[in-house]
Design a protein around this ligand. Sequence first.
Ligand code: IVH
Length: 664
Amino acid sequence: MAESVDVRGRIEDLREQVRYHNRRYHIEDAPEISDAEYDALYAELEALEAEHPELATPDSPTQRVGGEPLEGFEEVRHAVPMLSLANARKTEDLSEWDARVRRLLGPDEEPRYVTELKIDGLAVSLRYENGRFVRGATRGNGMVGEDVTQNMRTVRAIPDRLDDEPPDVLEPRGEVFMRLADFEKLNRRQEAEGKPTFANPRNAAAGSIRQLDSRITASRPLTIFLYGVGEGGEAYESHSAMLDALKSYGLRVNPYRVHDSIETVIEECERRAAERESLPYQIDGVVVKVDSREQQRALGTVARAPRWAIAYKFEPLAGRTKLLDVIVNVGRTGALTPQALLEPVNIGGVTISRATLHNEDYIKEKGILIGDTVVVERAGDVIPQVVRPVTEDRDGDERVFEMPTHCPVCGEPVSRPEGEAVTRCVNARCPAQALEHIIHWASKGAMDIEGLGEKVATRFFDLGLIKDPADIYHLEAEQISPLEGFGEKSAENLVRAIERSKEQPFPRVLFALGIRHVGSVTAELIAERFSGEDLLRGVSVEQLVEINGIGGVVARAVVEYFALEDNRDLVERLMRVGLYFERVRTKPSDGPLTGKRMVITGTLSRPRGEYVERLEAAGGTFTSSVSKNTDYVLAGEEAGSKLDRARELGVPVIDEAGFEELVS
Ligand code: IVH
């Protein structure tokens, strides 16, 4: 019969698709289609199998709960399976569900319902024995998950020990997720480190929990809401009593409400849908559960989901529109980000005409072409993103996007280091990054210019007073004092702080340059081997990797930095204003001044750098300000406030002759 052949084919086709997308979502953390699209495939398959029971097979994806666990983690078999939920798309579906619940319970039973937010994260099961956290597992396929105990231990919202009096064995279950603000911050950090960004908070949470290296998990801002109990759940009479108990044990519990009728449940669902975007984390619906445990038992469970619960799913914040063009933005860290220019489209009440395309690889992997009809998603504060092309709509006029080879802002060649996803402009004077560099330059860990924080730096930059770090050293009090918020005194203080920063040792200066991958420790290592002059003259990758602690990535970043004309020019100007660019010697561990801290001030008969070098050769440390930890102050002619301060604190003051005596 033609129809049954067609149906059989369609069922097979749908099973293949569902299996494939299960894998992308549950195993690879890289879904290709939205939840709504997946749910539609799943629902069609379920409906066809219900209509044609003769075609149902035990290996259909509708007979299972998710995907297989990945290799690399131990398997955990869930003693109580981690179930899934049936979905309601419309409020009528909730009324129908309520009617079914009532029918199944019989006329003598009145159900009470609990509503909770449906958090969009990763389902996990915790295990506490005698109140101590002993294991954490992912949901996996619902029967078997992965042992992620080490990773879960790093999540601060998961307590080691429970309060109150929990059952001997308790398996609280819930959703690990990332708040929107934390997600944005993480993505900015990923971007600054040249690592790929996450498409959404769910992927970021899932990717973080399923890390083989728990130190990476520890650095990720994860949190959790618990909404159920596996083993140990028998102890509670109702769902709400269980949630209250979880709270009393010190666990984080999803906000919930109890209802006497489906009408207030529906009101709650509608209210939550309207307010979803004011929450600090992503939700994709409301979960409705029958409160009484006894009623839950009476209702039972079908293949993959309990009859006593249902998920009211919100409309996805997605839409389709045309990708008109791709432009490239240069961020404050120099990252080149392709941005989609879209035919304006209304998504959940907001008109979207721009969306991110993340990076070059993303566009290639998704096969997005300029001119394509594309699916765009937005959620909360997350920047709208192009999710995929609708290839069926192509007419042949689409074209491939090419990443520019030169920075669209300053015109210098861009670089994309091997193994990194991000293309960058590495020109320190590129206007797109200049402000960021100035802020870094003046920051505490770098040149430590008091009074030149982010706000003031931004103002000076916007006024055109400073365009790069070298300009800072040409600021005059007369330029600053007329500005709002400044007076003569504060302007002078700032100029003095700038002047003081000239005494920062070379490693600080090198760190302040903001060369990619050159942190303060790396800067010290380099400064022990090479001077600023050496670096300007050209140091090779081979020479740099000879330094213990410097690898290829750092070495290439340094070489690349000093190869750019603009960067060299900046360094030369910084040399001319009198900053230290002299090589620093490794401190001998047993010189005459080992462990001693010295401040050098005033005019001396030789350049100050020489005294610093000799001090360090004798094992001492050069510091820029006088404190009670200072051992000596070497004071030359016209030594000012530092000398006063030394006297105030009773720090020994020496002259050049005294210095000679000490170092010899
Ligand atoms: S209850 C037996 N409650 O949604 C009930 N699930 O589609 C099993 N989820 O795998 C789940 N928030 O990852 C429940 N408040 C909530 C939830 C929730 C999010 C997720 C969970 C589950 C999926 C079910």
